[in-house]
Design a binder for this molecule. Structure first.
Ligand code: PLP
Length: 389
C-alpha cells in the first residue's frame, strides 16, 4: 500500500524535538540548575471555574435518562452556535447560526478546510508562520507561495509584498510566532485584494482575545466586504484555556460563492466529523457568559503581565522586539543565528525559548519568548535576562 507522496515532501518537524533534546542534555549535565521555559505555546492557568462547573453539570446530565445525549449535530449544538453569534454581536458583527461551525480546535479546521478545494491550488502563506498552515497545504498537494514578514513590514506582510495570484491566503492576527497584529486599515487592504483577485482569506483569530489596540479588529468580519472573501477560524484554547478540552469554531459566511462554500463545508463536516463532546460544548458556552469571559480575561491579564515583564527586561537591554502587546508572543531580535542564541540563553541563563529559524527562513535572527509561563518564573527569567546584558 502506497502512502500519499505528498507526505514525503513534508520537512521533518524537528523544532520542538530538538529543543527537548538540547534541554534534556543540559539538565543531565547540570542537575542542580533550574531551567525556566519561556518556550511553550500552551496555557498554564487552570481551567476557568464557570467552564469546570458546566463540565460537571453536563456530565451529571449525561448520567440521567432525560439528560443523556448521543451523537450531536456535526456542526455543533445550537446553544453554542447561538452563544457565538451573540459574542460576535458584541463585536458589532452579525452572523447567522448556520454560518458558525463548532470544531475540536482551530488546528483541525485550518488544515481540514482545504478538503473542499481541488488539490494543487496555490496557498499564500506568511513566513515566519505557524507550521500547521504549511504542512496542511503540503499534505493536500498544494503549491505554497510565501510572503515575507520582516522588520521592514513590521512582520505584517501586505498584498504589495505578494508576487503572483493565490487561491487561498492565510492570515494570522495576532500572529504566532511574531505577535504582530493587523490594523483595521491593513485588513481592509487585504479584503479589497481578495475580493479583486477572487482569493479566499483563511483568517486565524486564535489569539483575538489578547488584542488591546483599538485599531486592531478582533474579527476579520469587522471589515466591510470580508463576508464575501473570508472564513474565520478561532478557538477557545488560548481564549479560555481549552487547549486540553478541545473546542473551537469556524465562521463560513453565506456570501462566499453564493453559499456553496458554506454548503461544501457542512457536507465535509457531516462526512468526516462527528462533533465535539456535549460536555465540552457546554463548557465553551459557559466560557462565553459574562462570568466566563471575566474569568478568562483574568487569566489573559495574568499572561499580559508576564509579557510586560519580559518586554521591560528587553527594553532595558536595548533589544528590539515585536508583539507582547496584542499577543502572548514576544518576537525578539537576537543578533545571531537563532539556534546559537538558544544555546546561549540555556547555558548562561537557564532559559528556554524557541529559535525563530524553526518558523521559516525569515525567522532566522529572531527568537520567540512566550508569556504563558508562571508569574514567578517569568519574573525570575527576566532578572536572569538582565544579568546577561
Ligand atoms: N492557530 C495558531 C496561530 C496557533 O498558535 C495555535 C496553537 O498554538 C492554533 C491555531 C491551534 O489552536 P487549537 O488549540 O484551537 O487547535
Amino acid at each position: 500500500m502506497k502512502i500519499n507522496p505528498t507526505f514525503s515532501q513534508l520537512t521533518p518537524s524537528y523544532l520542538f524535538a530538538e529543543i527537548a533534546n538540547r534541554v534534556a542534555a543540559y539538565k543531565k549535565a547540570n542537575p542542580g540548575k533550574k531551567v525556566i521555559s519561556l518556550g511553550i505555546g500552551d496555557v498554564t492557568r487552570p481551567l476557568i471555574k464557570p467552564a469546570v462547573d458546566a463540565l460537571i453539570k453536563a456530565s451529571g446530565e449525561m448520567g440521567t435518562a432525560e439528560g443523556f445525549r448521543g451523537y450531536g449535530p456535526e456542526q455543533g449544538y445550537e446553544f453554542l452556535r447561538a452563544a457565538l453569534v451573540k459574542y460576535y454581536a458584541g463585536r458589532g458583527v452579525t452572523l447567522a447560526t448556520d454560518e458558525v461551525f463548532i470544531s475540536d480546535g482551530a488546528k483541525s479546521d485550518l488544515g481540514n478546510f482545504l478538503d473542499i478545494f481541488p488539490r494543487g491550488i496555490t496557498a499564500l502563506i506568511p513566513d515566519p508562520v505557524y507550521p500547521a498552515y504549511v504542512d496542511g497545504n503540503i499534505m493536500s498537494g498544494n503549491k505554497i507561495v510565501y510572503m515575507d514578514a520582516t522588520p521592514e513590514n513590521g512582520f505584517l506582510p501586505m498584498p504589495e509584498d505578494v508576487e503572483g495570484r493565490a487561491d487561498v491566503i492565510y492570515l494570522c492576527s495576532p500572529n504566532n510566532p511574531t505577535g504582530a497584529a493587523y490594523t483595521f486599515e491593513q485588513l481592509a487592504v487585504w479584503v479589497d485584494y481578495a475580493l479583486k483577485t477572487g482569493a479566499l482569506i483563511i483568517y486565524d483569530a486564535a489569539y483575538e482575545r489578547f488584542i488591546q489596540d483599538e485599531d486592531c479588529p478582533h474579527t476579520v468580519f469587522s471589515v466591510p466586504g470580508a463576508r464575501g472573501c473570508a472564513v474565520e477560524i478561532c478557538s477557545f484554547s488560548k481564549m479560555a484555556g481549552f487547549t486540553g478540552l478541545r473546542c473551537g469554531w469556524t465562521v463560513v459566511p453565506h456570501e462566499l460563492q453564493a453559499n456553496s462554500v458554506n454548503a461544501a463545508w457542512l457536507r465535509r463536516q457531516c462526512v468526516k466529523f462527528n462533533g465535539v463532546p456535549y460536555i465540552v460544548q457546554r463548557a465553551a458556552e459557559a466560557a462565553l457568559t459574562p462570568e466566563g469571559l471575566a474569568a478568562a480575561d483574568k487569566n489573559i491579564e495574568y499572561y499580559r503581565i508576564n509579557a510586560r515583564v519580559i518586554g521591560a527586561a528587553l527594553d532595558s537591554m536595548g533589544i528590539r522586539y515585536y508583539g507582547g502587546k496584542n499577543s502572548p508572543y514576544i518576537w525578539m531580535q537576537c543578533g545571531m543565528p537563532s539556534w546559537e542564541y538558544f544555546d546561549k540563553l540555556l547555558n548562561n541563563a537557564q532559559i528556554v525559548g524557541t529559535p525563530g529559524a524553526g518558523f521559516g527562513k525569515n525567522g532566522e535572527g529572531f527568537f520567540r519568548l512566550t508569556a504563558f509561563g508562571g508569574a514567578g518564573n517569568t519574573v525570575e527569567a527576566a532578572q536572569r535576562l538582565l544579568k546577561l546584558k
